[in-house]
Design a protein around this ligand. Sequence first.
Ligand code: SF4
Ligand code: SF4
Length: 309
Amino acid sequence: MPVKWFICPPDKETIEVDKCLSQRGCRLGERCSTIPYLRKAAQERPWKRVTPSQAGTGPRITYLKQVCDYAINPYDQAFAVIGQGSHGKLSTWYLTKGFISEEGFSDDLIKGIPDLLEPDEEEIGFHILYDYKTSGSYKVRLALGLTEDTDNPKIGKGGQPLKHTSGYKRGKIKYHDKIDREYAKKNILDWSLQLNRYRIVVEHYDFPVSRMICQAIPRDGNTWIATNRGIMECVYLIKIPRLDDKYVLDFYATLQEDHERAFESNVPRICNAWEKWDGRRCKGYCPVSSYCDNMEKDGAIYKPKEITE
Ligand code: SF4
Ligand code: SF4
């Protein structure tokens, strides 16, 4: 089902999308954004099968977004809308010799559209597989593997360790950052699975891939919060590890089975700890969390609402 309601950004009250989009339909009398933007924000594609970008999203979210009416704050879609627009602009390189951009590839199991396959200047005959990401500085920090080096406190002029003066770390010691590659690998498993799945399918079409890279733009780059997280640049190239083909293919086959079972039985399994970001996603980042809570009370069975004429 499509997104049925908007949560109005100014006062967090809800309105049906159709009512909002009608002539003079804004309940506040002054629109929060343009009508084309609102239309785009409300768009939800019907689910057909698992795609490479679904790594890290469990079948319950997909299922509930398809069968329930749900509400979104249109402002929460801003970065997705910008991301789609910039992908379109960047794919004008499509016409340049050797670059393949936004071209759909498929094999027996999956369809996917890698953002860019660029000839590798360092390894002739091979390609670099790129994906563009517009992510919050929190995710970029995780992807870079930046973590506090608790053996290396920041020292003030008086020789004493500096302490945080605000936020949830207030009063705690400030540390320099270090890069932990293993931690980074764990944090980018969703990106790694996605790019490796694209790699498998493009290699199937005889485009050998030498390297995989995510070009990440921190969407809050240059803000105090981003620099405080150690994110100083507005563009980062993040290397993606090559994963074992069988591991990647098995992962997506299982995810596909989980989705099929969800739609056949109306009993989608609950997201695992990784898919629900250790619980953070359920608290404010999942638009179908209220339906999910009800399912838990009902033995994970989705009961469609009774429709009365
Ligand atoms: S335009 Fe924005 S503020 Fe007005 S009704 Fe629609 S969502 Fe609400
Ligand atoms: S509330 Fe949490 S467990 Fe439920 S669908 Fe959303 S992310 Fe998954």
